[in-house]
Ligand binder design. Structure first.
Ligand SMILES: *Cc1c(COP(=O)(O)O)cnc(C)c1O
Length: 370
């Protein structure tokens, strides 16, 4: 660090921001957010995630299309939920709240737990029993949340937490909480800041539809302020077994390997439909097989490990690739880190995993194919 500063003074290194300079998204985008001097900022320095070029996927799409991955799995708790949670928890703290509650397919609970505890609040999280990836459960427990695994799906758990928050002194931090989307819209700002304009397409996985709504809000605010000239087409992808926005009706028993989007009754349905209509976008379903193909391809082709739900964005792009205009810029949002769900990675990969190898050179060389 000292060396870098010395080189900068000598004019040897461009004065680029280091990650240590990044104050977290509330400070970075303060004037775009509903915070004031009275708001206690609860932050883990979330945001500023990389927009990674994806040459192998670009090649697959062809015709000079440039694909980028917005890798939000690099947030402090490993998903984009941190963007919304720094806002929701800071505002809950400002309002004097002492406890928060959410229903979660896993990532919201991890983020709620981390930020609530950092803000000195209790965190109650309701998760669908048996349908939360290992890493996410580990996080909620380690961050010190009070975890309630309910015998029902996410939609049922959400109905319960809404009632709890209406009845008891506990703040709801699901994406019904308007501050969540405010924080999440900053991802769109970062995309525009990185590209110099909005992409032509934004491909994004859709569960409760908060994130697609937040991106659309962010792109619009930035364009109205003159930071971009254009708006993207919003392309939302749902898992085929949990695709209420594609089917046009609630799904009673949502089912998919992509547990983060295993949601049958999206809370932000209206906002998402508006984003689709206004952006000339679309919703489409991708099968679990297509999701797993994209998931494996992202890892072995691009060196990027995301969770299965995140790969729905790339699965969707590949499905619709013939419709992408030649030379267009496409951003696929990778919502969560692959380490969240090691079980799926170990069960679904094309790697060679040789076990029981005798510990000698001859055997190792033989197995290596020499
Ligand atoms: C929450 C989540 C989603 C879905 O986002 P919505 O705002 O509910 O549409 C997608 N992927 C991951 C990894 C998530 O945690």
């Amino acid at each position: 660090m000292a060396l870098l500063q010395a080189l900068r003074r000598l004019g040897q290194v461009a004065p680029v921001a280091t990650l240590q300079d990044w104050p977290g998204l509330i400070e970075a985008y303060r004037r775009w957010l509903p915070v004031s001097a009275a708001t206690p900022v609860i932050t883990l320095r979330e945001g500023a995630t990389p927009l990674i070029p994806a040459p192998v996927i670009s090649e697959r799409v062809g015709r000079g299309v440039k694909v980028f991955l917005k890798y939000d799995g690099l947030n402090p708790t490993g998903s984009f939920k941190d963007r919304g949670m720094t806002m929701a928890i800071s505002k809950a703290k400002e309002a004097g709240s002492e406890a928060v509650i959410c229903a979660s397919t896993g990532n919201t609970s991890a983020a709620a737990a981390a930020y609530a505890r950092r803000g000195g609040m209790r965190a109650f999280v309701l998760i669908p029993d048996g349908y939360v990836a290992q890493g996410k459960l580990a996080q909620a427990l380690l961050y010190g949340a009070e975890v309630l695994a309910v015998k029902g799906n996410f939609d049922r758990a959400l109905a319960i937490v809404r009632e709890v928050a209406d009845t008891y002194p506990v703040t709801l931090v699901n994406s019904l909480n308007p501050y969540r989307l405010q924080g999440q819209k900053t991802a769109a700002f970062e995309v525009v800041d990185a590209l110099g304009d909005a992409p032509d397409w934004l491909c994004i996985p859709v569960g409760n539809a908060g994130n697609i709504s937040a991106y659309w809000m962010g792109f619009n605010e930035y364009r109205e302020a003159g930071h971009s000239r254009t708006l993207p087409r919003m392309m939302g992808f749902q898992a085929a077994g949990a695709a209420p926005l594609v089917l046009g009706h609630t799904v009673e028993q949502p089912d998919t390997i992509a547990t983060a989007i295993r949601i049958g009754n999206p809370v932000n349905r209206e906002n998402a439909l508006k984003a689709k209509a206004e952006s000339n976008g679309d919703f489409m379903a991708v099968t679990d097989a297509e999701i797993i193909d994209a998931y494996k391809f992202l890892g072995s082709g691009e060196g990027v490990f995301c969770e299965p739900a995140s790969a729905a964005s790339v699965a969707g792009l590949l499905k619709r690739r013939d419709e992408v205009p030649a030379g267009a810029t496409v951003v696929c949002v990778l919502t969560g880190n692959g380490l969240k769900d090691p079980t799926t990675a170990i069960e679904h990969n094309d790697s060679h995993f040789h076990t029981g190898i005798d510990p000698d050179l001859a055997t190792v060389a033989r197995v290596m194919g020499f």
